[in-house]
Design a protein around this ligand. Structure first.
Ligand SMILES: Cc1cc2nc3c(=O)[nH]c(=O)nc-3n(C[C@H](O)[C@H](O)[C@H](O)COP(=O)(O)O)c2cc1C
Length: 211
């Protein structure tokens, strides 16, 4: 089995240095709007790669909450596996893959915890049920059974019945400040476009890479 039958013919519009915005955040927003318009489900899903204290990598999907000149924001549990890895090494990478448009965007940079007020804001935006689950969760730590999970969430609901929920201290926002961003646009016959932006002192330098 080679999975050759899954091969796609990439046909997206090509991406050139001349056409691309000199700021990768602005270019990302242009692409993201097009991807959203194309109806890609969960277009804000991105793979976050971290490394542990021994340099071993691990990756998982998280959802982008925001992107601006400071960086890309996501929320998670600070005591989770990713949280522990980020505490010991804040360097991380993020990858978006939007198959319907044959586009990939990679980010590399340094992650820091966002301001507590921003985490509060994200917490308040979520449904009560999601927040009760977040409050009950010891994310990434061993869980005896599905029953134990449901019991814990139910107990949390009973404890907080009729009360405004308080954001747990170990749940909050992170921001990855990029120093490298790469846009990949699939093109016919493997002649894909790759534009890499690197942060150099005080501005972004852009170069095309071999596909
Ligand atoms: C589509 C999708 C979206 C997810 N979004 C998040 C998220 O925003 N934050 C989060 O902590 N985990 C999210 N998860 C779960 C993570 O992939 C992962 O299971 C969890 O964060 C624990 O990872 P860790 O043990 O490496 O810390 C998402 C999973 C999927 C498949």
């Amino acid at each position: 089995m080679s999975y050759e039958h899954l091969r796609l013919d990439y046909t997206g519009e090509s991406l050139t240095k001349e056409k691309a915005d000199p700021c990768p955040i602005k270019q990302f927003k242009i692409w993201f709007a097009e991807v959203e318009a194309c109806g890609v489900p969960l277009a804000n899903g991105m793979t976050l790669a971290t490394v542990n204290q021994h340099g071993a990598p691990s990756a998982r999907v998280v959802l982008m909450k925001d992107i601006d000149d400071i960086g890309i924001t996501f929320v998670s549990n600070y005591g989770s596996r990713k949280g522990i890895e980020l505490d010991s090494n804040p360097q991380a990478a993020l990858v978006f893959w939007w198959p319907t448009m044959h586009r990939q965007v990679r980010f590399e940079g340094v992650v820091s915890r966002s301001d507590a007020r921003l985490s509060d804001r994200y917490f308040e935006e979520r449904s009560r049920e999601s927040n009760l689950s977040a409050m009950a969760s010891d994310q990434s730590r061993p869980l005896a059974s599905r029953d134990a999970l449901e019991r814990q969430v139910k107990e949390m609901g009973a404890t907080w019945k009729g009360k405004e929920l308080a954001r747990p201290k170990d749940w909050g926002a992170y921001c990855l400040k990029p120093n490298l961003v790469e846009f990949w646009q699939g093109q016919p016959d493997r002649s894909h476009d790759r534009l890499e932006y690197r942060w150099k002192a005080d501005s972004w330098a852009v170069q095309r890479l071999w596909p």
